[in-house]
Design a protein around this ligand. Structure first.
Ligand SMILES: *Cc1c(COP(=O)(O)O)cnc(C)c1O
Length: 404
């Protein structure tokens, strides 16, 4: 072992611990659900993106088992070299119909869909204009592109600030292509991008729009088709990213758009070109998950019923949920130490919910991020609420002497 490396690693890790940024995953011994056994303890899980409870749905499991018999476990190759099975094609056709677009290209994750698509589409003649709160995978995709994008050069706008976006667009005329890229639902705050305004500005200044609907898929729009559907903007969003890992309950990501866009990404999307295709079992499970989303309104209804109940009960107790409009529910703590303490106390009460601190979110805006879902029973959420009430009072986040 190289001693310089080992010393450097130890120092860096200590620094993460000092900043409350150190991560150590807890281990699940049960499938994804509202209640789980984690590190040997029974807890209500409020940190899962399994919005619709599809991750362990009987019909999705059955489809995966049937596909296992038919296709085996691996695709055997990168898609274009010989790893494209009929089931991959079928998944893409189904997704394209679901999204009301000409074509969909599936990647092995939402992360690689972003990091593959953005640099393939945006080149050194172009500029990328980003919301400051965009997801890490958008940021990485943008950094891999040869386009202009830097915040220091004024190409990043304050969160959802449409006046600033317009100012930036006015300066961007000299580029061949201008792309506005935004989360559809912001993953830390749970608010929704003002897509109608963004699309209007894009049309006015001849820019293209890319929306990352990772947290909107299965949550917003008709049958969970995302923000484009939610705002009735069909045909006006050039590139939609969806994830298959969150509400759809399995894993993978996709780019939805024109047939030409797909054709280009098949030829120039690097994660598509150089990384092995999704296992066929995964593709088949996803088709079954889509079947449920398109035919059974119950999971989405329950998701929203639980989310509304959870938010309104937290508000009644005096918690600040930071203007969230979706199931993603941040519980404001302010101070980093307080958020970390609340996480620990909740765990002791049998509730798993993670604290989110600077620099993932701005300094002094630390919070506990909670994700109610269709997988939760009312009883589980009520138990979690009691724990929040008790711990929130102890820490002075709510109650007479609240300081948060
Ligand atoms: C989770 C997430 C992704 C990544 O999706 P994966 O399928 O988990 O790789 C991309 N964008 C946003 C906004 C996300 O929240």
């Amino acid at each position: 072992m190289n001693a310089t490396l080992q010393t450097w690693l130890a120092e860096q890790i200590q620094s993460l611990k000092d900043q409350h940024l150190y991560k150590k995953p807890r281990i699940l011994d049960t499938p994804a659900s509202g209640s789980v056994v984690m590190d040997g303890k029974n807890v209500v899980n409020l940190s899962s993106n399994n919005y619709l409870g599809l991750a362990n749905h009987p019909k999705v499991r059955q489809a995966a088992m049937d596909a296992l018999e038919k296709w085996g476990v691996g695709a055997g190759a990168v898609r274009w070299i010989g790893g494209t099975m009929r089931v991959h094609e079928e998944l893409e056709e189904r997704l394209a119909k679901f999204k009301h677009v000409e074509a969909v290209l599936v990647f092995t994750s939402g992360f690689t869909a972003n990091s593959g698509c953005i640099p393939a589409v945006m080149t050194s003649d172009d500029v990328i204009i980003s919301d400051e709160l965009n997801h890490a995978s958008i940021i990485d995709g943008v950094r891999l592109s040869a386009a202009e994008y830097r915040k220091s050069e004024g190409w990043v706008y304050a969160h959802n600030d449409m006046n600033q976006l317009e100012e930036i667009l006015k300066r961007a005329g000299k580029f061949k292509k201008r792309m506005i890229v935004t989360d559809g639902v912001f993953s830390m705050d749970g608010d929704i991008a003002p897509l109608p305004e963004i699309v209007q500005l894009a049309e006015k200044y001849d820019a293209l729009v890319m929306v990352d609907d990772a947290h909107a898929s299965g949550v917003l729009g008709k049958n969970g088709a995302g923000t484009t559907s939610h705002f009735d903007l069909y045909g006006r969003v050039d590139i939609q990213l969806g994830t298959l890992s969150k509400a759809l309950g399995v894993v993978g990501g996709y780019i939805a758009g024109s047939a030409l866009l797909k054709e280009w990404l098949v030829n120039r999307g690097r994660p598509y070109l150089f990384s092995t295709a999704l296992p066929p079992v995964t593709a088949a499970a996803l088709i079954a998950a889509l079947d449920i989303m398109e035919t059974d309104p119950e999971p989405m209804r329950k998701l929203w019923e639980n989310a509304r109940w959870w938010k309104s009960e937290l508000a009644k107790l005096g918690f600040d949920t930071m203007g969230s409009e979706t199931p993603i529910t941040p519980v404001y703590c302010g101070d980093e130490e307080k958020a970390v303490k609340l996480e620990k106390m909740l765990w002791d009460e049998g509730v798993y919910a993670l604290s989110i601190c600077y620099p993932t979110v701005p300094k002094g805006k630390a919070r506990i991020r909670t994700m109610p879902s269709a997988a939760h029973t009312k009883e589980e959420l009520a138990r979690a609420l009691d724990a929040f009430a008790k711990c929130g009072k102890t820490l002075g986040i709510i109650g007479e002497h609240a300081t948060a």
